[in-house]
Design a protein around this ligand. Structure first.
Ligand code: NI
Length: 286
């Protein structure tokens, strides 16, 4: 069983000891590090995250083809990279039924295999931001994948943009039936946060919280910290001071610092709490 300390390369560990930097213990619950931008120096990238105390990274899939790539990447680092499988709302097009059929077969096969078991259905949801041409199809695909979460007893990673009014009724319906999950990249209102918490959902908090003028810090005041998860949404959403760069899981320490300020606690407490939350929701064997 891998632990952060076990994974740290000896040389990297020495550098951290010498510079006396704190080694954080963090779990990135949403990172598209199967993205091409990471592949040229992937082993180095992973080693750097491990050296900085990133204990695990969850890698969501966005359609049937992408899920194959995600699985290949995760197979290279078992017990460190954890795949999720789903059809992202922006990828819901004319072929959505075929996509879902392929994904369901993959899911059925992989949940019975010993390695690269998916830890969640995701990322799935609703997105009317760019266009809502496929709104009805998005709703049908989302509902079907929420059913899978119950069928396979897996949590969901939800992407919701400009669609909370359609998302919440579905979550109310499915959480009554036992659905568990996270609202990824949460940046909504205080009221929405409270409603999601009432439904037992977790809120995934990423780099956005560090952005100037972001009011999320205030909106979190009514959210118990045992409902928070850290995430990057890599390669996007890098926190200040790396805004605009290709994101990295280790930079979640900046997100944790900002959350700590909002809650009036130490960053270490945020790290510990969110790491435990992630292990609990995704049933990570670490
Ligand atoms: Ni994503």
């Amino acid at each position: 069983m891998a632990t952060a300390a076990f994974c740290i390369k000896e040389s990297n560990l020495q550098i951290y000891k010498l510079t006396n930097l704190q080694i954080y213990k963090l779990i990135d619950t949403h990172a598209h590090i199967d993205d091409e931008q990471y592949q040229a120096s992937f082993a180095d990238f992973i080693a750097e995250q491990q050296a900085a105390g990133v204990e695990a990274i969850c890698v969501p899939g966005i359609d049937a083809a992408n899920v194959q790539t995600v699985l290949e990447v995760c197979r290279r680092y078992p017990d460190y990279l954890y795949p999720a499988m789903g059809l992202h709302p922006e990828n819901v097009r004319d072929d959505w039924r075929e996509q879902l059929s392929t994904l369901h077969s993959l899911l059925s096969a992989s949940t019975s295999s010993l390695s690269t078991k998916p830890i969640a259905i995701g990322e799935i949801g609703l997105d009317y931001y760019v266009d809502d041409t496929y709104k009805q199809e998005q709703l049908l695909a989302f509902r079907e994948q929420l059913e899978w979460a119950l069928e396979f007893d897996l949590p969901v990673m939800i992407h919701c943009r400009n669609a909370m009014d359609d998302c919440l009724p579905l979550l109310r319906e499915f959480t009554r039936r036992g659905l568990r999950g996270v609202m990824h990249c949460f940046s909504g209102s205080r009221e929405t946060a409270a409603e999601l918490v009432k439904l037992g959902m977790y809120l995934g908090i990423g780099g956005v919280i560090t952005f100037k003028n972001c009011r999320l810090k205030e909106h979190l005041s009514s959210v118990p910290m045992d409902r928070l998860l850290l995430e990057t949404d890599s390669p996007y959403m890098a926190p200040v001071p790396f805004r605009g760069k290709r994101n990295e899981s280790r930079w979640m320490s900046y997100v944790a610092e900002t959350i700590a300020e909002a809650y009036g606690c130490s960053a270490q407490e945020v790290d510990e709490m969110t790491t435990n939350n992630a292990k609990h929701l995704f049933n990570l064997a670490k």
